[in-house]
Design a protein around this ligand. Structure first.
Ligand code: EPU
Length: 340
């Protein structure tokens, strides 16, 4: 394991922003990971575990500690049992490669999550979700390193405490490093096209599309709505969609007719699309402040010129937070993780 020092982090993030890490290394096995965590503890160094850097914003000052890039690989499909196939995947695999492989094998479960940038290991942390599906709906278990005991343990789906864009890994930040994820998929299973964009896409064309057709549709829809992170600095949705009380929702929708609201498990709570609010209430779609702005086709997505600064992104973030608070009373929460 080669530990390098003073490594710029911007090239390791999709925002393409951020200063250097004091130390940086890549691990590709469980043994290497635990050895590196032990060394960091000995040197009293803060640790940040990096995947593909697609949901982080790194401070201009960089990170005073060691960044460990998790490249633990492997993808193992179990045998089929009553139409069910489990797949166990190393955290360092690319999420979309996994989706492509499951679709190739005609396995249903994560085709709606196609084209999401990032690694398999990062996916459960924020319970990635798109087009009506979350990773929580197929996840059986995760294998993690507990950095306080230096032992590897497994958590069941329930133990991960999944919620909208949330899991225990966000609350017990830094304690666990995910090294492996096991998902349960269904051979030839029925696809889920209830989400508005997918329904619109298939209506009148094909009412019961197959797994591959749904993946292709998702890739097309994302391509039309979201910026190409390979060319434009972004980390996708910058904030979470707010979950507000039914009462507040009713007041807001009286004031702003057309405000969409999605029911949650708790009948008293409604999820509202912040993209709609930024666009229709805050005049913030395509808004720019210097090198940073919202994407012209999706106001929830912040885009920045590669090599601009985290300070400029935070400045812009604060302006959006201020506008939403002033016009709706909603306090928004960032989805993207701050590293610094
Ligand atoms: N809308 C607008 N204007 C906008 C943006 C959205 O009016 O500028 C409206 C849309 O017309 C729609 C509603 O707001 O009625 C929701 O928009 P969309 O379907 O695009 O989804 P979203 O809530 O903005 C979430 C996820 C995305 C995911 C999509 C599709 C979060 C924080 N974001 O966005 O995830 O791809 O749903 O399922 O939950 C990401 O996490 O980086 C991400 C892109």
């Amino acid at each position: 394991m080669n530990i390098r020092s003073d490594i710029p982090l911007a090239p390791y993030t999709t925002f393409m922003i951020g200063g250097p890490a004091d130390f940086f290394c890549v691990v590709s096995s469980e043994e290497e990971l635990v050895a590196m965590i032990r060394r960091a503890h000995d040197g009293k160094l803060p640790v940040f575990i990096l995947g593909k850097g697609s949901n982080i914003l790194v401070a201009d000052e960089g990170f005073r500690g060691i960044v460990i890039k998790n490249e633990i690989r492997g993808m193992e499909f179990g045998s089929e049992d009553n139409g069910v196939v489990c797949v166990t995947v190393g955290a360092g695999e690319t999420w979309d490669d996994l989706v492509a492989e499951t679709v190739r094998r005609n396995l249903h479960g994560i085709e709606n999550l196609a084209a999401i940038p990032g690694t398999v290991g990062a996916a459960p942390v924020q319970n990635i979700g798109a087009y009506g599906v979350e990773i929580a709906s197929t996840l059986v278990s995760v294998r993690v390193l507990d950095t306080t005991t230096l032992a590897y343990v497994e958590f069941s789906n329930k133990e991960c405490q999944f919620a909208y864009r949330d899991s225990r890994f966000k609350h017990e930040k830094g304690r666990y490093v995910i090294v492996q994820v096991t998902l349960r998929l269904v051979k030839g299973g029925k696809t889920d096209i209830g989400y508005k964009d997918l329904k619109d896409f298939f209506t009148g064309k094909n009412e019961s599309p197959g797994i591959k057709e749904v993946r292709d549709a998702v890739i097309g829809i994302r391509g039309n709505k979201l910026p190409d992170w390979k060319r434009i600095g972004t980390a996708g949705s910058f904030f979470k969609n707010p979950i507000i009380s039914k009462n507040q929702f009713e007041k807001l929708s009286a004031q702003y007719p057309g405000l969409p609201g999605y029911p949650t498990k708790d009948a008293q709570l409604i999820k509202v699309p912040l993209g709609w609010i930024l666009d229709n209430i805050c005049e913030a779609k395509g808004l720019r402040m210097g090198p940073v702005g919202t994407y012209e086709k999706q106001a929830l997505v912040i885009v920045a010129q590669p090599g601009s600064s985290a300070a400029a992104v935070i400045n812009f973030q604060n302006e959006l937070i201020r506008r939403v608070k002033e016009r709706t009373g909603i306090q928004v929460e960032r989805e993207v993780e701050w590293v610094g």
